[in-house]
Design a protein around this ligand. Structure first.
Ligand SMILES: [Zn+2]
Length: 215
């Protein structure tokens, strides 16, 4: 109830709509489109920028312009890249025999954080979702098949998300890869580290049990 008492958010919100400043309103509207950012956070960002002054705003402008002009898609794996190929594809230390298939470039950062995978990646650019009009043609499956056809990849690790669409995508990719690679594997399902059995949802526990391995 802090807001109702007149703290921060509520006061800021009513003030913003009363500004009558189209430039402020426009910036708030644009920032509020960002994932996870609501109108209130967008207002805070705008206030922050206005307080920081012109220098900060100009730095941000340059950064955004560089982002738009210089960042594109790696021609091999579809990860983000500045230039033709991404930092993983140009790294000779990455093992070309292991290829990890992920839905989005952001997932690559998550896998990299684990710091145990030394292979390469292929970013699908989404997952199969017929209801939303996303079929195989909309994903980077053709370029995946081309990579597999070279015969370099021995293990294909499917790391799509454990959702209905992610599972369907995993099955599709597994079938596509089967003729070309020695092994197709899927990330294990299971208990989160530090988790407790009684708090696990049924399907996670079911998958963890089904995927048990010798101790
Ligand atoms: Zn790449």
């Amino acid at each position: 109830m802090r807001n109702a008492a007149g703290f921060g958010g509520v006061r800021g919100e009513s003030a913003a709509s009363a500004y009558g400043l189209p430039s402020v309103e426009r910036a708030v509207l644009l920032l509020a489109r960002f994932p996870g950012v609501g109108r209130k956070s967008a207002q805070r960002m705008v206030h922050y920028l206005l307080r920081q002054g012109r220098g900060e705003v100009e730095q941000l402008l340059v950064a955004l312009q560089n982002l738009a002009e210089q960042v594109s898609e790696c021609r091999i794996c579809h990860n983000l890249a500045e230039g033709e190929e991404c930092w993983i594809c140009v790294d000779p230390r990455r093992d070309p025999q292991q290829l990890c298939v992920i839905e989005e470039a952001m997932d690559l950062l998550a896998v990299e954080k684990a710091a145990t995978f030394q292979g390469r990646y292929h970013v699908l650019g989404g997952r199969l979702n017929p209801l939303a009009g996303i079929g195989p043609e909309q994903l980077h499956l053709h370029s995946l098949e081309e990579r597999l056809q070279t015969g370099t990849v021995q293990e294909l690790i499917i790391a799509t998300n454990p959702t209905v669409e992610g599972e369907a995508t995993a099955h599709y990719v597994a079938q596509l890869a089967a003729p070309w690679v020695e092994r197709v594997t899927r990330l294990a399902y299971g208990m989160p580290m530090g988790g407790e059995l009684e708090y696990l949802d049924e399907s996670t526990l079911y998958q963890a049990l089904a995927g048990r391995r010798p101790f």
